[in-house]
Design a protein around this ligand. Sequence first.
Ligand code: KIV
Ligand code: ZN
Length: 519
Amino acid sequence: MHYVRIFDTTLRDGEQSPGISLNVEEKVEIAKQLERLGVDVIEAGFPQASRGDFEAVRAVAKAVHGPVIAALARALPEDILKAAEAVSEAKAPRIHTFIATSPIHMKYKLRKEPAEVLDLAREAVALAKKYVDDVEFSAEDATRSDWDFLCQVFAAAIEAGATTINIPDTVGYTTPEEYARLIRYVKEHTPGIERAVISVHCHNDLGLAVANSLAAVTAGAGQVECTINGLGERAGNAALEEIVMALRTRSDLYPVRTGIVTEQIYRTSRLVSVLTGVSVQPNKAIVGENAFAHEAGIHQDGVLKERSTYEIMTPASIGLPESRLVLGKHSGRHAFRQRLREMGYGDLSEEEIERAYESFIDLADRKKSVSEKDLLAILEQRIAQIPEYYTLETLQVVTGNRALTTATVRIRRGEEIVQEAACGEGPVDAVYHAIDRVTGLTVNLEGYSLQAVTGGKDALGEVTVRIKDNGNLYTGRGASTDVIEASAKAYLQAINKMLHDRATIGREARTGNLDAGGV
Ligand code: KIV
Ligand code: ZN
């Protein structure tokens, strides 16, 4: 069977989603999970965009050795040199360079003639080739480009050494039939195409990103670029989990295989959602909360008699945890470790297991039954830990519908414990004011959301907050059966991330804002 490479760009195009900003530790954590998932290529970032992006690509290149590690670069020497440096320690490095080829981009954005664009593409690939063997070239806005010009640019890129040529639907404009025709046209009219892998990269502006990617596979694409949970610019990129499960479920239509370990899909989706702070819509295909829920009586009856009546995939095939009760507060470490292994977390270190076990005992004391979803929430709290400048010790809130709300917090700062009290418009506001008094920081709260992890009155509440500092966004998350405590933990985590960033990369903007730079 023809092998289709999965190129994951969650850390690059996905991170370009509004409101998302991941730090180096979080990117490494996601990259390690993408390795477990079995992706072929991880696009780890755009090194020239910012110092944070450069550091993250470098760190991923050092930490992850299975997949190819790609760095994005405009067709500019400075970008290519930065990308080359960032991936220099990768076991399998790739430079991914791009330039726009559509009349609209060339005229208004680049202000260049097609012949100049052709030269820049050739020169960029040739320069990248001096540093790495594996060079990908993308013709930005390919689907609105002249097809013959596109083939000319691809031929020049291949002649200069490109091993993958990418045909992006940058603005999500194409349709499955048209995209498949374009892929076939490129295959037939590009000299040297047999020496390169054809890649596709679809955006979801018309909701067609996955359908377009699948049509491209039928037309012979050998690499699909996608993101976890469909994150990405504007309406997002094609969702990895949807493409992979469509290929698997309809293998009768798509005689291809991928290297994806589908049982790792749910864990990956959760991790990305937790670290980006972008929740997955309940009806999202494959990984949404309701994707395997059956509400209607007729459906429930059918599923009870025979699952395949209303289920085309099993929850187990994506590694969905079961909502059954897992363990009680008397469960020992051995049983706990065994359950983690069954949930696909056999790779945790002794220290991580011990910390998770302590949190589990703490939760089991407060909550009657602890499910796999609760356990997952505990494990996720332990992910990508950064130094805790401030830790919540205790909090106390006095509130009422006609009373002024007051909060007192005790917070550990290094060796000392600091206590402060404040009033506010409700308990969360009061707690946040009290925390601000402890830290002495002026925090811009950009977003706050609260979700229940499971059902029931004693459900674990999960709070996500977003704060902004000097143009950088920081996401914090906290989980507890007490939503005020979860809110305090989330706020402190976001503050800790902000302080960690200030201590490591200074106060410069972590997320860059490059323009086309003449290309
Ligand atoms: O959408 C796009 O065109 C891109 C390229 C840089 C590949 O993301
Ligand atoms: Zn894109």
